[in-house]
Design a protein around this ligand. Sequence first.
Ligand SMILES: C[S@@+](CC[C@H](N)C(=O)[O-])C[C@H]1O[C@@H](n2cnc3c(N)ncnc32)[C@H](O)[C@@H]1O
Length: 308
Amino acid sequence: MKEDRRLPHKRDGFQVLKTKTAYVIFIVLTYAFGYFSAYYSRQPLQQQQPPSPAAVRDVKTTKPQVCSIDNFRVTTRCGNLVPPESIRQTVIDRIFNGTSPYTDFPPPHAEKFLRPKRIKGWGSYGAVFENIIRRVKPKTIVEIGSFLGASAIHMANLTRRLGLEETQILCVDDFRGWPGFRDRFKDMALVNGDVLLMYQFMQNVVNSNFSGSILPVPFSTGSALEKLCEWGVTADLVEIDAGHDFNSAWADINRSVRILRPGGVIFGHDYFTAADNRGVRRAVNLFAEINRLKVKTDGQHWVIDSVK
Ligand SMILES: C[S@@+](CC[C@H](N)C(=O)[O-])C[C@H]1O[C@@H](n2cnc3c(N)ncnc32)[C@H](O)[C@@H]1O
């Protein structure tokens, strides 16, 4: 009986010893597992090096080769081509509800604020216009940024002089100028916050006798170019002279090439000015580099030929 009573004690001690050993082994294994898994998961991080300046430069020079316009997010498919002779009516139908904006122009409420002719442009009469129009003989010209119409009217004069009677010039401009532009154009009216720029542009066109060949497209360059493309309106020549910061010039160039006919020419002003941190030049050069096109210059203008 005594022995019987002590036996369980011996077994208890052995059990306790076994349990303690197992416990210690468990703790050691857990610790070891934790240590090694942490060590191995840290390895790849330790191997990651910050990119060296040389690597960043590599990306810059090699990336454009695998990049194309298609890589940029394009939301609209361009519509079926409208023949050049139908472009004017298409724009009048789509934008002006079928009636030319010159009909009954000027409206009585604006008439007293308009001057018979009030023109101011920048590089609007450069030789580049004649050089390109002679070469391309465009049926359709789209101008991005027209202001008071100086360059548009100059191009209309050239096409008339060169016997290109059918040429139409579409002038894309929101006709708001830019914030503060009236500091330099104090003589221009401000009617309830409206600078009447489109009416003065139209007045200049009428005064120059070109209402049959110049049409305003009074919207932001982005939305107008998207719509022209969607409607199937294309151009032989696109001249870009709107926003001169990099983002504006970049967007205008990339949207404009979508409405350019194969073999058409795209060109623009202010390639050499330092304004807006040389935004125009940086955008033009990047576009040409990505698409392996050549930039030529003509006076203050940049020219890119035969954009496919
Ligand atoms: C430098 S002026 C154009 C001058 C004109 N090409 C000339 O030589 O007679 C720039 C014009 O671009 C227009 N503009 C600038 N950014 C624009 C935008 N995002 N959408 C529409 N028009 C814009 C302004 O309203 C302004 O009339």
